[in-house]
Ligand binder design. Structure first.
Ligand code: IMP
Ligand code: MG
Length: 190
């Protein structure tokens, strides 16, 4: 049974294979960078991956298995797309379980759009005085950026303003379990 009706998907932008290949590359890059940054410290103070729920659930699960260094994992939920009428309205709905003080933190996010959400998460975590803070996003919807956010790792840079679903990303909570990323058809948008 298909997960989406054919007329709900305009086109597949990134196939399952393309995503898997890119995630593997990101994992290798992150592995090498943390090796250089931390050396033997990696054993005493492994970096912590902070997955942003719910969109980055699948990306986080795949990425951490492509990173070949010791790591711990935690999750955070901030107010989601659509509930937020203005940047000031962003808030933490589910906070981390672990402390990130003196830890090397890697924020893992599904997509950066205007940038307000990731800027807010960075500010919130920086206030907790981590040893370092890096960001990894699967998709960078660059044309819509309103605030600049330092991105250390980007899966795919989108040159068009598509509303995308799949591989964790939703529209009205649907399509998260597609194993590819697609542009949602206007027919599917209510
Ligand atoms: P920003 O604050 O505008 O950068 O919004 C980022 C958040 O909005 C992401 O974490 C997603 O949850 C959501 N979002 C932005 N664009 C899309 C999209 O095309 N599809 C699904 N969710 C999106
Ligand atoms: Mg999100």
């Amino acid at each position: 049974m298909p997960i989406a009706k054919p007329d709900e998907i305009d086109k597949v932008l990134y196939t399952h294979e393309q995503i898997q290949d890119r995630v593997k590359e990101l994992g290798q890059q992150i592995t090498s960078d943390y090796h250089k940054l931390l050396g033997n410290e990696i054993w005493d103070r492994p970096p912590i991956a902070v997955g942003m729920l719910r969109g980055a659930l699948i990306f986080t699960a795949d990425l951490i298995r492509a990173i070949e260094i010791p790591m711990t994992i935690d999750f955070m939920t901030v107010s989601s797309y659509g509930n937020q009428t203005e940047p000031g309205a962003i808030k933490v709905l589910k906070d981390l379980t672990e402390s990130v003080a003196h830890r090397h933190v890697l924020i893992v996010e599904d997509i950066i759009d205007t940038g307000h959400q990731l800027a807010y998460v960075r500010k919130t975590l920086l206030a907790r005085e981590p040893a370092s803070l890096k960001t990894c996003v699967l998709l960078d919807k660059a044309p819509r950026r309103e605030v600049s956010v330092p991105l250390d790792y980007v899966g795919f840079k989108m040159d068009k303003d598509y509303f995308v679903v799949g591989y964790g990303l939703d529209y009205a909570e649907r399509y998260r379990n597609l194993n590819y990323v697609a542009n949602l058809s206007p027919k599917a948008i209510k």
